[in-house]
Ligand binder design. Structure first.
Ligand code: CS2
Ligand code: MG
Length: 431
């Protein structure tokens, strides 16, 4: 059918086979009729936005902000949902601009996670209406699959090496390795019970004790053991979780050079983006940062100054697919690749959105993949799948994720927090 001048050019009315007589000049096809904020806890907390339209199409967006979930739920329920009703769901860019610029108060994790949820849901709807997976709407495949890295962690070096062996056995080609540090009772990123670690814990925040010197002496020994046992081919990654000052991070990067890491992540926090310049001046270990970033402004200097190699921003905390593709386009010019955050606190909806994005953009680097629990996968049945070290988003129209509301209602929300970090003398520490 040829587009009629009476239709808005991006209207779904054309796709749905309507004729101009069925519309007045202001009608543009689908309308958003409802948007529900769904909160559940199948092992951990998730907030999901479900946008419904008058033609029965619906879209899902992840709105989970670990440890601060209900703030986003309120932002959506109290402030965004009323603005969505009766809008045309095909106008993704305009809706993004409306919610971002229209708020007056820009940026911040709560705002940008809420906007991301709307954005993801609208891309999901667009894919379903056009009967195609979202990656096709982003320019189509740029690769055959999405290279992922898994998490191997253990109480000590030997336990971590054994975990790496297990991941290699599962087909992973890239593995993040974390180990407990001798002399410290617990370390973030390392579970106490040999199970996959879960970033947040129920109850009040747990407190970890931290000693930078012990850590800096230990980590090179871990990677020396890993290279001796597994050779040079496997890609190895490490996350410092923002615990170091720039010069400490520079020392760590330098001491890890013989073991040629794929990346050293979150060596320092990046509120002070130029802090990375110090690290960069001293080491050739590739640097990754950005899982806590929410707009391009958090990474602008890091990208344009070529201070990092991989940007960890992801769809759910980075303003959605609409914003992240612009950030990636800026990064592409400066030889920065993506490495989207993918811990278990990002729901399968965010994981699917990341995979469509990863498959399509030219400067994709790697995708983090921490497997969800069986309960989570059952609440969010999804088309994406792991095969031989790669994830594939699948061919279902839209994002390819469902939400089982009945099952989800059996898992009510439980408050949980990320741990707090203190130095051994009690000082709050998490640069
Ligand atoms: C970690 C996460 O996956 C990562 O790289 O840093 O565990 C992160 O701390 C959590 O996702 C925070 O919610
Ligand atoms: Mg991290």
């Amino acid at each position: 059918m040829v587009a009629d001048r009476n239709f808005a050019p991006l209207s779904y009315g054309i796709i749905l086979g309507r004729t101009s007589e069925q519309f007045s000049s202001v009608e543009v096809g689908l309308k958003i009729t409802d948007a529900k904020v769904l909160v559940c806890s199948p092992g951990r907390n998730f907030v999901t936005l479900k946008i419904q339209t008058d033609e029965g199409f619906y879209g899902l967006g992840d709105a989970t902000l670990n440890g601060r979930e209900l703030a986003v739920a309120s932002y959506l329920n109290d402030h965004l949902v009323p603005c969505l009703i009766d809008r045309d769901p095909s106008q993704i860019e305009d809706t993004w601009q409306y919610l971002y610029r229209g708020a007056y108060w820009r940026r911040g994790p709560v705002t940008m996670t809420a906007i991301a949820a709307v954005d993801m849901a609208l891309w999901d709807i667009k894919g379903k209406v056009l009967d195609t997976p979202v990656y096709n709407l982003l320019g189509g495949r740029s690769r055959t699959g999405v290279l992922v890295y898994g998490h191997a962690n253990g109480a000590d070096i030997e336990a971590t090496c054994n975990e790496v062996a297990r991941y290699i056995g599962l087909g992973y080609r890239a593995i993040r390795a974390q180990s407990g540090v001798p002399g410290l009772a617990s370390t973030y990123g390392v579970s106490k019970n040999q199970r996959a670690y879960e970033p947040a814990e129920k109850g009040l925040p747990l407190e970890n004790a931290w000693d930078t010197e012990k850590y800096l002496l230990h980590v090179p020994k871990l990677f020396e053991s890993l290279r001796l046992r597994f050779g040079d081919d496997i890609r190895l990654l490490h996350d410092a979780h923002h615990r170091l000052t720039p010069i400490e991070a520079a020392r760590l990067g330098k001491s890890l050079e013989p073991y040629h890491l794929f990346w050293l992540e979150d060596a320092v926090t990046a509120e002070l983006q130029e802090g990375f310049r110090v690290v960069r001046q001293h080491t050739t270990t590739p640097l990754a940062v950005g899982e806590v970033f929410n707009t391009v402004w958090d990474a602008q200097e890091l990208i344009t100054g070529q201070l990092i190699d991989y940007l960890r921003m992801t769809v759910v905390h980075g303003g959605g697919i609409t914003h992240l593709k612009k950030v990636a386009a800026l990064a592409e010019i400066y030889h920065v690749q993506t490495g989207c955050h993918g811990a278990t606190d990002l729901s399968p909806v965010a994981m699917a959105a990341a995979l469509h994005f990863d498959l399509a953009i030219p400067n994709f680097g790697i995708q983090e993949y921490m497997r969800h629990t069986k309960e989570t996968d059952e609440v969010f049945p999804h088309a994406y799948y792991f095969d031989d070290g790669y994830l594939h988003p699948g061919e279902k129209p839209g994002l390819g994720v469902e939400y089982d509301e009945k099952l989800a209602s059996k898992f009510p929300y439980e408050r949980a927090y990320l741990p707090v970090n203190r130095k051994t003398d009690g000082t709050m520490w998490n640069w």
